[in-house]
Design a protein around this ligand. Structure first.
Ligand code: SAH
Length: 350
């Protein structure tokens, strides 16, 4: 099965070389590139000769990702998705419906090896990284679901905030982003993409120079190194000062503000004093803080905060002129924390 050639995830140049080797004219690359990103199977690529369609069907894969299960929220239409990969690994994603459009949360790895204590994605480590095709394929699948609902909608915004650490899969993520914005393909611009990282400093600095000006989100979750190290092993490798310097470099290079994600954990990082300390660290930076009430993961034994605690923390930041919002929760009736749907599936099918 895996010997078939994956065409999604190839650039038009790579497709061009592939078709040239088959003795096909150069324009086939453009035709097939467009069809693949529209989610059209080989047999329906109507401007290709029948014989070529048959050859492609027998020798190639159009989308390595397929939808295994969907769960739709009755509250707001949010859809949780479970996908299957060619080697039978299972990943998850979320399709969120906002007034301004559809946002898809993508996974970049099967699991994660960063080990954050509050996160379910990392509990079993990382099985492997996803290819660019498998990232594009998640979007093609979600567009298929939207098309079936008939409202003529598509995914307009991408957040790389599902399972996995995008910068632990650097080359594939960069390739994915370059293809994502191409005309004739999905054509999703970098301003419609957010990438979230736990703070791998060398990759953050390298990424600032790729000319891929996405919104960078940094999972900070603490006002100082000591507290950050309690929940994020990566903080033992890179000090907060180095991470914040890399953020400043990204702001300087791209002109875009950085978003700091801060999951409030009761008794760990959520006191007003800690808010004041955080404000001090971020002073003068072109940034925004996104407060996330912790989505409690039963395996982890950490507890979230009350609405009142969120409010007090938020006001303490505002007093110090830090721009801050509380993240809206979507699909409350279906949502587990990051990685939980996949865990449930794996347990049920063990
Ligand atoms: N590896 C990347 C992206 C994946 S997670 C990163 O670390 O940023 C997306 C966001 O959800 C991160 O900010 C992550 O820290 C946060 N997150 C993970 N588990 C959570 C939980 N149980 N409750 C709230 N936020 C969580």
């Amino acid at each position: 099965m895996n010997e078939k050639i994956q065409l999604l995830g190839m650039t038009p140049e790579e497709l061009g070389a592939f078709f040239k080797a088959q003795g096909q004219p150069a324009f086939r690359a453009r035709q097939v590139f467009a069809w693949l990103h529209q989610g059209v199977p080989f047999e329906k690529m109507s401007n290709l000769p029948k014989a070529l369609r048959e050859t492609l069907q027998n020798t190639c894969i159009d989308n390595p990702v397929s939808v295994l299960e969907t769960i739709e929220s009755k509250l707001d239409g949010t859809i949780k998705l479970l996908y299957r990969l060619p080697d039978d690994h299972v990943i998850e994603g979320v399709l969120m419906r906002y007034k301004y459009g559809n946002t898809l949360c993508l996974s970049t790895q099967v699991g994660c090896r960063m080990g954050c204590k509050f996160c379910a994605s990392t509990l079993d480590g990382c099985a492997r990284s996803l290819t660019a095709a498998e990232m594009l394929g998640q979007i093609v699948c979600a567009n298929g679901i939207l098309a079936a609902q008939g409202a003529g909608q598509k995914v307009g915004n991408i957040v790389l905030m599902g399972s996995g650490e995008p910068f632990d899969n650097y080359d594939n993520v960069v390739k994915f982003l370059r293809i994502l914005r191409m005309e004739g393909g999905l054509c999703i611009g970098m301003r419609s993409v957010s990438l979230s990282t736990c703070g791998l400093v060398p990759q953050m600095r390298r990424f600032a120079e790729e000319d891929l000006p996405v919104t960078l989100s940094l999972s900070l979750h603490a006002p100082n190194d000591e507290i950050r190290r309690q929940t994020m092993p990566v903080a033992n490798k890179y000090a907060m000062d180095e991470v914040l310097d890399a953020c400043r470099y990204y702001i300087e290079k791209t002109g875009r503000r950085v978003i700091f994600e801060y999951a409030l954990v009761h008794g760990v990082n959520a006191s007003p004093e800690q808010a004041a300390e955080l404000a001090g660290r971020l002073r003068g930076m072109q940034c925004h803080v996104n407060l996330i009430p912790l989505n409690a993961v039963p395996e982890r034994g950490l507890t979230g905060v009350t609405e009142r605690e969120v409010d007090i923390f938020k006001k303490a930041l505002e007093q110090k002129n830090i721009s801050v919002t509380r993240r809206r929760e979507m699909g409350d009736d279906i949502e587990g924390a990051c990685g939980q749907l996949r865990r449930r599936y794996l347990k049920d099918h063990a």
